[in-house]
Design a protein. Structure first.
Length: 248
């Protein structure tokens, strides 16, 4: 069974039909740049462009980089503030000609996909997926059950939001070496570990493709640290899974 998933990120909006039997994209994903400013209407246009690229009709699962409750977006750290308290599921459904839309936090979607098909498969205890990109997203699982909307990228670290200090965007904006950035990420992981004592950290986002450049440099962390197996497709897969779950 194929279901459509869209992942809204700070830099790109990407989507594809997903084969939920295998947890893989059924076709090569299509991506458009996230508009700036990332207003609700402009982003909705981008989502519609991605979905219509595949001539898709039917339910769509969509991720959002912020807190989502009941289809309403409650925060907007890396997109336009017009998203705050917006009925985003309705906005996106209207833009997709009335299609049923399931909306959830982007890191939660990636985490659900990794726990089902990827690096977290079969793992018990406390597992944390961290998506490193424009910001830092988080998904926390306890014995396989999601604790939604944790948003741990906004923890304070050295007097700043952690994602301003240790995200991939921070690495790029400050032209940090892999070694220097690894030290920052290490301090962030140590802080999160002190608070939650997870057994496993899964590192997701586009940077997971280059895990060999930074994971071996992370020292002093007791938890196991592994890259996301679905890499940057995890959000699309998780969005499709959420849509299928809503339709059951």
């Amino acid at each position: 069974m194929n279901v459509f998933g869209v992942d809204i990120g700070g830099s790109g909006i990407k989507g594809a039909p997903v084969d939920l039997e295998r947890g893989e994209l059924a076709q090569e994903r299509h991506k458009v740049l996230t508009p700036h400013p990332a207003t609700p209407d402009a982003v909705a246009d981008g989502v519609a462009e991605v979905v219509r690229h595949f001539d898709w009709s039917g339910p769509v699962g969509i991720t959002f980089p912020g807190v989502v409750t009941g289809g309403v977006t409650r925060t907007a750290a890396n997109v336009d503030k017009g998203w705050v308290d917006r009925d985003a599921a309705k906005l996106l459904s209207d833009r997709l000609d009335g299609a049923r839309v399931t909306l959830l936090n982007d890191a939660d979607a990636a985490g659900v996909a990794e726990m089902t098909f990827g690096a977290g498969r079969g793992r018990k205890g406390t597992v944390m997926l961290l998506t490193l990109g424009t910001g830092i997203g988080s998904a926390v699982f306890i014995d396989g059950r999601l604790v939604p909307n944790t948003e741990l990228g906004h923890l304070e670290l050295h007097g700043r939001e952690a994602e301003k200090h240790a995200s991939t965007k921070a690495k790029e904006d400050e032209d940090l070496s892999w070694h220097h950035w690894s030290r920052r990420l290490e301090k962030y992981l140590a802080h999160v570990e002190m608070l939650f004592s997870p057994e496993l950290f899964i590192i997701g986002g586009g940077v997971s493709r280059k895990a060999d450049k930074f994971i071996p440099h992370l020292e002093g962390i007791r938890a196991e640290i592994v890259p996301a197996e679905l890499q940057n497709n995890a959000g699309i897969v998780g969005a499709a899974m959420a849509s299928a779950g809503d339709g059951e």
